[in-house]
Design a protein around this ligand. Structure first.
Ligand SMILES: *Cc1c(COP(=O)(O)O)cnc(C)c1O
Length: 400
């Protein structure tokens, strides 16, 4: 990875002040481009939502709004409030998640959000009672735990025993019960099989299986129409820098062909994308406080660790890394440095779990330089252990 010029310039400016450097730098240019591009290439009926759990920072919500995302996929009341504060209309919110509280469901109904994605029979009954009391009808999608699995994916949300959705094989017995609930309005299906998929064919296979499911439901229940089909997220990010980026054009072409072969023109299709939109709009930048040799291996200690950037440790992967060399800090004459070797990066936390990168090749690094971790715009600070060891919160600097 190369550190983008504007990120590096910002780091050099910050370094002038002399404070220990530990921050996220955001530049949402790529995110805006991606949303605009997807809107351009996707078949008619496809609506792009930003799955804000990837990064709930206001800059990312503003980017989604300004680039023309149809709305926000939310999974909590807190997310709903942030989306509305960012300027999204409640009618652009779609609400997923396996455990929605009664307060959260009431908010959704009261604000007439677009769709609530029902994850269980309990939730259907709970939402129906709330809507009935409010004298309203709420549009719903049923989230299905499909009986298939995408093996290559980084995380799967479908197949086997899962906390998400309603098992596919229970659908035919549950559907009449749910449809009978008078304050709910069945609009279609939500099947999110897997996230982090780089292979377009795998994701299209998922789309095809979901179409098959819709067709079966409509055959069994002629009074029902799956007018909205939500494919979830899933567009992958090439974290391991294998040069195989997700190909949105191939996906768009494949989806268009599928829509035509099923005669589903005129229906609505939701995409809820998180990492694909946000990942390359953020960098975690942390100062190298110490370098030591421990039994033949170099350990690089940074100002921030899993308290600020947990993802590499949580997923046991190395994110792309670059070093921004600043003026060498001489602490004492024999201090260690890194020259063309594979080393280990960790943070300041008093736990062995505090790892940022394992056995990663570095050309040159010295104490006082900045380690810059790329593809940190998604699932960065938001999924980190911020409270752990009570370090200061890292700054989040927005370039654009
Ligand atoms: C997390 C999540 C997403 C976004 O997943 P990405 O892999 O980041 O695109 C979309 N939909 C739902 C329901 C999710 O839980």
């Amino acid at each position: 990875m190369k550190t983008p010029q504007n990120v590096e310039a910002t780091l050099r400016e910050l370094a002038e002040k002399g404070d220990t450097l530990n921050c996220y730098i955001y530049d949402t240019t790529e995110m805006r481009k991606k949303i605009a591009h997807l809107k351009n290439i996707m078949p008619a009926g496809v609506e792009v939502f930003y799955a804000m759990k990837a990064n709930p920072h206001a800059a990312f919500l503003a980017a989604a709004l300004e680039a023309g995302a149809r709305g926000i996929e939310i999974a909590s009341l807190g997310e709903a409030e942030k989306a509305v504060a960012a300027g999204f209309d409640a009618s652009g919110l779609i609400y997923t998640g396996p455990g929605k509280s009664k307060e959260e469901l009431f908010w959704a109904v009261d604000n007439s959000i677009r769709t609530v994605h029902i994850e269980s029979l309990t939730e259907a009954h709970r939402l129906n009672a709330i809507a009935e009391k409010a004298g309203k009808t709420q549009d719903i999608l049923l989230r299905i735990n499909a009986d298939f699995d995408i093996h290559e994916a980084q995380t799967t949300f479908s197949g086997g025993s899962k906390k998400f959705g309603i098992d596919e094989e229970k659908l035919s017995s549950m559907l009449p019960q749910i449809v009978a609930l008078e304050s709910l309005n069945f609009r279609g299906l939500h099947v999110y099989a897997a996230s982090g998929v780089l292979n377009v064919a795998d994701l299209l296979k998922n789309c095809e299986l979901v179409f098959g499911m819709a067709k079966q439901i409509e055959a069994d229940h002629p009074e029902l129409l799956c007018d909205i089909i939500d494919f979830g997220g899933g567009f992958g990010v090439d974290y391991l820098e294998t040069d195989h980026d997700f190909d949105p054009q191939a996906y768009a072409d494949g989806l268009k062909a599928l829509i035509e072969s099923y005669g589903y023109q005129g229906r609505t299709f939701f995409l809820e994308l998180g990492r694909y939109l946000a990942a390359d709009s953020g960098w975690f930048c942390t100062e190298i406080l110490d370098i030591k040799d421990s039994r033949g291996k170099k350990q690089v200690i940074c100002a921030g660790g899993i308290n600020h950037f947990r993802r590499p440790a949580a997923l046991a992967i190395n994110h792309p890394l670059a070093i921004v060399s600043l003026e060498k800090q001489i602490v004492f004459d024999e201090q260690e440095s890194i020259r063309s070797e594979s080393v280990y990066f960790g943070g300041p936390l008093c736990t062995g779990a505090d790892k940022l990168a394992n056995n990663v090749y570095v050309e040159s690094a010295d104490i006082g330089d900045i380690a810059v971790f790329g593809l940190a715009g998604a699932y960065g600070l938001t999924m980190s252990n911020m409270e752990f060891l009570s370090h200061e919160r890292p700054q989040e600097i927005v370039l654009s």
